[in-house]
Design a protein around this ligand. Structure first.
Ligand code: FMN
Ligand code: SF4
Length: 426
């Protein structure tokens, strides 16, 4: 029996779970009060987060305690904590429900993170299309301010901290941390070269820590129950629970918070199994930028970083896209290549031009006009994007192409040879 909702979604079932009174009744803001009373030093908090084995939930899985330790909290001048709630990758919709149903836990996590890194200002960058989550989060910030938990000299501690929300305008690239910073500063959302990294040159050129919504919302529970508690929920290389967004050909699509290391089969069962009683054909385990896996590999893995990597993909943001046995892989890839073509910011030639090439070639194959050399072209173009661009979007665009061809090349060949899908009667 898989235990559900132990951390970020622990309050979601409660009536008015987004209200400050509900959160306080569940022990909310106790850790924040302890921090303000001086009972937990920044170093003690970092140590506890390191013990918890929390890895960033935004996609890359970087250890959070280590990231926080890169910030020089003694550096003079302003520093910033930024929460990345852009959540725009196909398949991802987990952070939305933290802001809708448990916004105060995110606020508490952001305040604690701000305290640890020596920041007096925090920003939550929220996906432009997320209106209800934006309203819930903003409403919760107002409640926290009214309750004296945010603002100047909070609870007579001498510590000032305030939070602001910023709505994006619908660009996937603004989830990339440096593009997000540019956008937050009011500029065009295009990634910066790294280094320098945000820890030394972030918002307005000041030291900045950026974390994902789920990462920050996990912090109050880690400090309330202990890093060991969190670590033991997961597996040796990754502690805690993880939010998985289940979408695609599934009976009960939605978000599921489960311990890391849970077998994929169990997660599939929790989501009601493949819809219409069909067989599983393939799975994208971590969002559209992670490699597609065929059913046999997916069914043998557990939902954690190491097991998914061994199967040939990545846990990413935990966005699981299920494909049934009637899925046309050429059509599916056509849709994905369009997404990346549409979302490339255009700064780097290999990404700007390559995403367009990949879409056009897959599109003509799907139209039944494919040429014998098309598969080589796709492999060549995707290989020339990888590792030759400024940000992760380029690789993210190439990975679906390489993985679809690795596992389902015969479907593309069928289109090229017969002008139609393997499902069509020629
Ligand atoms: C194209 C692209 C889009 C991204 N979108 C998001 C996003 O929506 N949310 C997010 O948290 N991280 C996103 N990331 C990752 C961020 O750059 C960054 O690594 C993350 O916010 C760090 O938080 P974490 O350490 O808590 O995971 C994206 C990265 C790329 C390359
Ligand atoms: S890789 Fe693509 S999205 Fe990223 S900076 Fe270059 S052109 Fe823009």
């Amino acid at each position: 029996m898989v235990e559900l909702n132990l951390c970020c979604y622990r309050n979601n079932h409660l009536e008015n779970s987004w209200d400050i009174d509900t959160y306080i009744a569940q022990g909310g803001y106790q850790v924040w009060k302890k921090v303000l009373a001086g009972d937990l030093s920044p170093q003690e908090i970092i140590d506890e987060v390191k013990t918890s084995n929390l890895r960033g939930r935004g996609g890359a899985g970087f250890p959070t305690g280590l990231k926080w330790s890169f910030m020089n909290r003694q550096a003079p001048g302003p520093k910033y904590i930024v929460c990345n709630s852009d959540e725009s990758e196909p398949g991802t919709f987990k952070d939305r429900d933290i802001m809708r149903y448990n916004p105060h836990q995110l606020i508490e996590g952001m305040m604690i993170a701000g305290y640890v890194i020596g920041a007096n200002t925090g920003y939550n960058y929220i996906r432009g299309e997320f209106w209800e989550p934006y309203e819930r989060f903003t409403g919760a910030v107002m409640q926290a301010r009214k309750a004296g938990l945010l603002g100047k000299d909070i609870l007579d501690s001498g510590f000032d901290f305030d939070l602001h929300t910023h709505q994006g305008a619908g660009a996937y690239i603004c989830g990339e941390e440096t593009a997000l910073i540019e956008s937050l500063e009011g500029k065009k959302g295009q990634p910066r070269f790294k280094p320098p990294f945000p820890a030394s040159y972030g918002v307005y050129g000041r030291p900045t820590t950026i974390n994902n919504t789920e990462t920050l919302a996990s912090i109050p529970m880690i400090l309330a129950k202990g890093g060991d508690w969190f670590a033991k929920l997961g597996v040796p290389n990754a502690g805690g629970t993880k939010l998985f967004s289940m979408s695609g050909h599934i009976e009960k699509p939605g978000n599921f918070e489960i311990p890391l290391g849970t077998p994929f089969k169990d997660l599939l069962e929790l989501a009601g199994g493949v819809w219409k009683g069909r067989e599983l054909k393939a799975v994208i385990p971590g969002g559209s930028s992670t490699a597609l896996l065929p059913a046999d590999k997916a069914l043998a893995m557990t939902m954690d970083y190491d097991s998914i990597a061994k199967a040939g993909s990545f846990l990413g943001a935990g966005s699981v896209i299920i494909m049934d046995d009637q899925t046309d892989m050429v059509k599916a890839l056509e849709r994905l290549t369009w997404f990346y073509y549409d979302e490339s910011c255009g700064q780097c030639t290999p990404c700007r031009e390559g995403t367009g090439w990949m879409y056009r070639v897959v599109h003509r194959i799907r139209q039944g006009k494919g040429r014998p050399e098309d598969l080589e072209t796709l492999k060549d173009v995707s290989g020339k994007i990888m590792g030759r661009v400024i940000c992760g979007l380029g690789d993210a665009a190439a990975i679906p192409v390489t993985s679809f061809l690795q596992h389902f090349e015969h479907e593309f060949r069928h289109y090229i040879d017969h002008g139609c899908s393997i499902f069509d009667r020629a």
